[in-house]
Design a protein around this ligand. Structure first.
Ligand code: PLP
Length: 361
């Protein structure tokens, strides 16, 4: 195990690391990867874990997903080789077909860039839009990786508030005043369904977000890794791009990590919705950036057409119902604790809890 050095500590060594390494730090991993817990031997351990459906045994990858990969390994030796830098054409075609079939999005394989996880997609989207010194709008509360990537790129995170009283909708007045007062903002990151809020935005709210982005000509990075993970009877998931008039670029990030319970497979993607008839500069930038890493594991890319074309609707419905049941149980239990007020989620795998300090005695 390496000793963890904090930013700007050099441990007395003559060799220094780069400023990029010094400004890159993943707060979640800094805790969970080095955590050593000694459990009370007389009690069972209840892991509250992190946003990984699989590793703590809560949900397993379904057999139609694992079998697709076994199949590739057994019969497709070409899948051991390199793919084009934006990903294999068959996998990109499978992704564009999936969004067209599920949500009516007009996409072709040319609009898809395969990345190393949705994390890789987010990194490429932030880096294609923001130069060092530029700013990016990030949600608060929000997934901590956004700030990690922005810091690593020497871009400045500017946080905009989500409103817990309105099911975590974006405070659009606050966003507008940030946009009015800064010329350095080059991208607006919107996460729907949300980690950590469990919110799912209505069509009307998403439309208002798009209007604002068009007024100030700010491209949107839509983190939609929880695509389709919404509770029965609540707001359905609507891809932001499906209602965009494409007056500003919308870069949608997704992947199979959460939806198919295989976060370790590291396959994600960017869907590029760029202004028609413009120079398509963002698309070209993404293609260039994709040349750094050459996408995701090619075995998983080769398994993707089989995974995405399987009739998985019954399995997805049962997963969503299972998460909703768990959420209802946790809501009920936490509501009975004095000082805790859980905010009901509508999707994804998270719930925020508001706390009040109670002075006893
Ligand atoms: C898990 C998660 C990701 C990262 O997905 P990977 O495909 O595992 O890299 C991105 N955004 C959010 C909001 C997440 O919760």
């Amino acid at each position: 195990m390496f000793k963890t050095l904090h930013n700007n500590e050099d441990g007395g060594c003559l060799i220094k690391v780069s400023s990029k390494a010094c400004t890159t730090s993943n707060p979640i991993r800094n805790i969970v990867d080095v955590m050593k817990l000694e459990a009370n031997p007389s009690k069972p351990v209840l892991s509250l874990a992190l946003g990984d459906p699989t590793v703590f045994g809560n949900m397993d990858a379904p057999s139609f997903v694992t079998e697709a990969l076994i199949n590739v390994i057994q019969i497709n030796p070409k899948a051991n080789g390199y793919a084009p830098q934006i990903g294999s054409p068959l996998a990109r075609q499978a992704i564009s077909n999936y969004y067209t079939k599920q949500y009516g999005l007009k996409l072709s394989e040319q609009d898809v860039v395969i990345t190393s996880g949705c994390s890789g997609a987010l990194q490429m989207c932030i880096e294609v839009l923001c130069s060092p010194g530029d700013s990016i709008l990030l949600p608060q509360p929000g997934f901590s990786l956004y700030k990690t990537i922005a810091d690593s790129n020497h871009s400045t995170p500017i946080f905009y508030p989500l409103n817990p009283k309105r099911e975590w909708e974006i405070d659009l007045e606050a966003v507008e005043s940030l946009l009015k007062n800064s010329t350095s903002i080059k991208a607006w990151l919107i996460n729907n369904p949300s980690n950590p809020c469990g919110s799912v935005y209505s069509k009307q709210h998403l439309t208002e977000c798009l209007k604002l982005s068009q007024k100030y000509r700010i491209p949107i990075i839509a983190d939609e890794i929880y695509e389709g993970m919404t509770f029965p009877g609540k707001n359905p998931f609507i891809p932001l791009a499906s209602i965009s008039e494409c007056k500003v670029p919308v870069l949608s990030c997704g992947g199979i990590a959460k939806r198919f319970c295989v976060p370790g497979w590291r396959l994600g993607w960017i869907l590029v919705h760029e202004v028609a008839n413009e120079l398509q500069v963002v698309r070209k930038g993404l293609v260039d950036l994709a040349g750094l890493i050459l996408g995701a594991n090619t075995l998983v890319q080769a398994a993707l057409p089989q995974i995405l074309s399987a009739d998985s609707s019954a399995w997805h419905a049962s997963v969503n119902a299972h998460i909703q049941e768990n959420a209802q149980l946790v809501l009920k239990l936490l509501n009975s604790v004095p000082g805790l007020t859980p905010i009901p989620p509508q999707g994804a795998m998270y719930m925020m809890v508001s706390t009040r300090i109670i002075v006893l005695g």
